[in-house]
Design a protein around this ligand. Structure first.
Ligand code: PRT
Ligand code: ZN
Length: 293
């Protein structure tokens, strides 16, 4: 019997922890853990989970301590940008933990464009990505590295601008800052080392990856059912988001059909209103639990 197992690094606690474990759960993998446990076994597939701080994940994967990792693009790209001999690559973009790394400046201040950043001081926890951005834009500016509370730097007059993670923008507003420029759009990534593993390990990784793709696809997809006059089928098909061939079945009523379709994008209330206006009735939108291509 094979003894090969793969090891995946996930954030132990924090903004990505629950969504990462949830993704594994949606892949049919259950991680049982007690508080403070750093290492867990998964029963369903030969996979072990290492729970660590997110900052450690890119290096753990790059150096081969772990075979896979789930980490924010912001953390991954910052490490990749700064480290020599960094060998972790992106296997899959996972869609959750969306945020952006942005340069922000005081509202109604002297900095109104990227060019105005010349000769300023910018506070950030992302010095490598910031320097890369400044270099690409031919701007000389000083970087002040801070590990937290970056948003208070302009108020303390220790920096003119900041380069930090923004999600809703509420933190910027609360600190009288306004977003000037997006440096990186971020989301959770599944990463792996560049070098190939044994065929056995590659097979486990491929299985997990296929399940993740299926789980992510199912999350965005909906099963839509409705009744409609047969003459409206073409128009209704065009209105269904991310769907090319619905199933059409005759109803026990002259000229009427049932339409069933898998929509690979969100179905909003506006879409349902348009379907109704096109003649559809009894419109049902159902979640899809699992999907395999
Ligand atoms: O302990 P550990 O080192 O593992 O975690 P951490 O404290 O370094 O990171 P954590 O848990 O805060 O975030 C993990 C990852 O979630 C980040 O690396 C991002 O990829 C992603 N993420 C998504 C965010 C946010 N949204 C977010 N809003 N990371 C940080 N923030 C912070 C941001 O720093 C700023 O202070 O939230 C504030 C801005 O939020 P808004 O909504 O006010 O704009
Ligand atoms: Zn961290």
């Amino acid at each position: 019997m094979s003894t090969e197992r793969i090891r995946i690094a996930l954030q132990k606690s924090g903004r990505m922890a629950d969504d990462s474990l949830n993704l594994l759960k949606n892949c049919g993998l259950h991680v049982t853990r007690s508080r403070d446990q750093l290492f867990c076994r998964i029963k369903e597939l030969p996979i072990d989970v290492l729970l660590v701080r997110d900052d450690d994940i890119p290096n753990f994967v790059s150096s081969g301590i772990c075979d896979l990792g789930i980490v924010g693009d912001n953390v991954y790209s910052e490490m990749k940008c700064g480290a020599e001999n960094f060998s972790a690559t992106v296997l899959e973009r996972l869609g959750f933990s969306q945020c952006r790394l942005s340069i922000a400046v005081p509202e109604n201040g002297a900095i109104n464009s990227v060019a105005d950043l010349a000769n300023t001081t910018i506070a950030t926890s992302y010095p490598n990505l910031l320097q890369q951005f400044l270099k690409a834009n031919n701007i000389q500016a000083k970087t002040l590295v801070m590990t937290g509370s970056v948003e208070v730097a302009p108020r303390l007059k220790i920096a003119d601008a900041i380069c930090d993670i923004v999600a809703s923008g509420a933190t910027l507003t609360a600190n009288n800052l306004t977003e000037l420029q997006i440096v990186l759009q971020s989301e959770a990534l599944l990463i792996r080392p560049q070098q190939k593993f044994s065929p056995e390990k590659e097979a486990i990784i491929n299985r997990l990856r296929a399940r993740m793709q299926g789980a992510l696809r199912a999350e965005d997809s909906k099963y839509v059912m409705m009744n409609a006059p047969r003459v409206a089928v073409d128009q209704i098909t065009k209105l269904l988001p991310g769907c090319d061939s619905p199933t059409i079945m005759d109803l026990n009523k002259e000229g009427m059909v049932a339409i069933h379709a898998v929509c690979r994008e969100s179905v909003f209330w506006e879409t349902m209103e348009r379907l109704q206006a096109a003649g559809a009735s009894a419109i049902l939108v159902l979640p899809i639990e699992k999907m395999m291509a």
